[in-house]
Design a binder for this molecule. Structure first.
Ligand code: ADP
Length: 455
């Protein structure tokens, strides 16, 4: 139990650590991307300002820069220039375009043009007098494009557009992404063992306290057994010494009944305390579950008859499983005992033992009061008794099924139930078969044996 709580804590710890790392990494990634993009825009803007200044001063001093005609532009959109352009873009070079105040391109870096470059929207913004920075993609290469108006005095004389591939930014971001993945991986590698270690340490005092509690229950139960046995013996003696028709004798009879009930409770508590402490692990010898079912059912016949119930058993052949014979008998008795107690007179109880797919299964079906769906999981909890059961005079304290489940699970099996309130319940448990399936198949070919009839 502690191990699984520890594992869950460690997992939770790892999840929280990894979650925090992932969150911080994502935020830093976004921040770095924004910073790098801004940096690039600033560099491009610096370049554009220098170019705009130079162009403006050339114009102002009457120098005329070489012109690029529109016809040339069309030609240069393909062929070698395009190739040069790709190299420029991918190599992280800066492409520069100078346009006049009509949006006509006057100059371009190495005469490289694209259908989308110079970017028309950037140019329009600059012609309206605004500085513009935007992202663009040319032939799958992502770019930043910065466009500025060129002014001589107050007059807008043209536009300069500067573009550069964001390859460098992308490369740096890729590096950061890999570093982030590595950090998260490392986080997991460190957080899981660290979490397990911390959970183990944190659990130590709880485990000690729990151990003491278990030891206390075991000791107290053990110490109670002897005085109970002495009280019982003395009460019986006193009863024998009294005249047969005495009223006190009847009182003592019910006292003995109460003592027996209490002894059973103490035994059950002791058993569970020992199992919890890991001390009750009995031998796992090979045994015949069918024979155990037959043997355990036989003594219940009287009880079933007394309750006005039909008890049938179908458990012929052999069902070899591994476990402790006494404990398996106890499981079968608990299930039949419950079936008898929670089935009104006139009902029936069918006990079946068989095998399928390498497992031996025992089923105890009754036509009794049934169990409400919300209680079906809870009946295996210690001291749980349904409201219906509480209101009945019969019944124990709610330790029968928890004990049955403990025994079955210790033997590597499973236990469960299906129930329809008001119609009946079927409890089942399965154990792995210990021998060749042929033997088990033979075991499942069985006959119904009537061992109790209602009066
Ligand atoms: P108890 O000693 O009270 O029978 P158990 O652990 O054996 O304790 O059973 C727990 C509860 O499960 C019972 O109080 C009863 O409410 C319910 N229960 C068990 N077996 C049956 C059954 N065959 N039919 C209906 N209810 C059942």
């Amino acid at each position: 139990m502690f191990a699984s709580v520890g594992r869950r804590l460690a997992l939770l710890n790892a999840l929280v650590v990894v979650g925090i790392i992932a969150l911080v990494t994502t935020a830093s990634f976004a921040l770095v991307r924004q910073t790098l993009t801004r940096e690039l825009d600033r560099e491009l803007a610096d370049r554009a300002v220098t170019l705009a200044d130079r162009w403006a001063s050339d114009l102002a001093t009457g120098r005329h820069p070489a012109l690029v005609t529109a016809a040339n532009q069309a030609e240069r959109r393909d062929g070698t220039d395009r190739h040069v352009g790709d190299e420029l873009l991918e190599g992280g070079d800066t492409l520069v375009y100078i346009l006049d105040n009509q949006g006509q391109t006057l100059q371009a870096t190495r005469d490289v043009f694209y259908p989308d470059l110079p970017s028309a929207s950037g140019v329009h913004a600059a012609l309206d007098g605004a500085s513009d920075a935007r992202a663009a993609t040319i032939d799958g290469v992502p770019l930043r494009v910065v466009t500025l108006p060129i002014r001589v005095g107050d007059r807008l004389v043209g536009v300069v557009q500067v573009a550069r591939g964001t390859q460098q930014v992308t490369n740096q971001l890729r590096l950061i992404a890999w570093a982030s993945v590595a950090t998260v991986g490392l986080g997991i590698l460190i957080a899981v063992p660290a979490g397990l270690f911390l959970a183990g340490r944190a659990m130590r005092p709880i485990r000690t306290a729990f151990g003491r509690q278990r030891a206390f229950v075991a000791d107290a139960s053990h110490e109670l057994r002897t005085p109970l046995a002495v009280i019982r013996a003395n009460t019986e003696l006193a009863q024998r010494l009294l005249p047969p028709k005495s009223e006190v004798r009847d009182e003592l009879e019910s006292v003995i009944g109460e003592i027996d009930q209490m002894s059973r409770l103490v035994d059950d508590l002791l058993f569970l305390a020992r199992v919890d402490a890991g001390a009750a692990r009995r031998g796992q010898e090979q045994l015949d579950l069918a024979a155990i079912v037959r043997g355990a059912t036989e003594p219940m016949r009287g009880l079933a008859e007394k309750a006005g119930l039909t008890l049938t058993v179908d458990a012929a052949g052999a069902l070899p499983v591994r476990g402790d014979a006494d404990q398996m008998r106890r499981v079968v008795r608990i299930l039949i005992d419950n079936a008898i107690r929670y089935t009104p007179a006139g009902g029936s109880i069918a006990v079946r033992a068989g095998s399928a797919e390498g497992r031996a299964t025992v089923r105890v079906r009754d036509t009794g009061v049934g169990i409400a769906p919300e209680d079906q999981e809870r009946v295996f909890e210690r001291f749980f008794r349904s409201d219906a059961a509480r209101s009945r005079a019969t019944g124990g304290v709610g330790l029968g099924l928890p004990i049955a489940r403990t025994i079955v699970q210790e033997a590597g099996g499973r236990i469960g139930l299906t129930s329809q309130p008001g119609h009946g319940t079927e409890f089942w448990f399965t154990l792995p078969l210990a021998a060749a399936p042929a033997l088990a198949e033979a075991a499942s070919r069985s006959s119904v044996e009537q061992i109790a009839e209602p009066r």
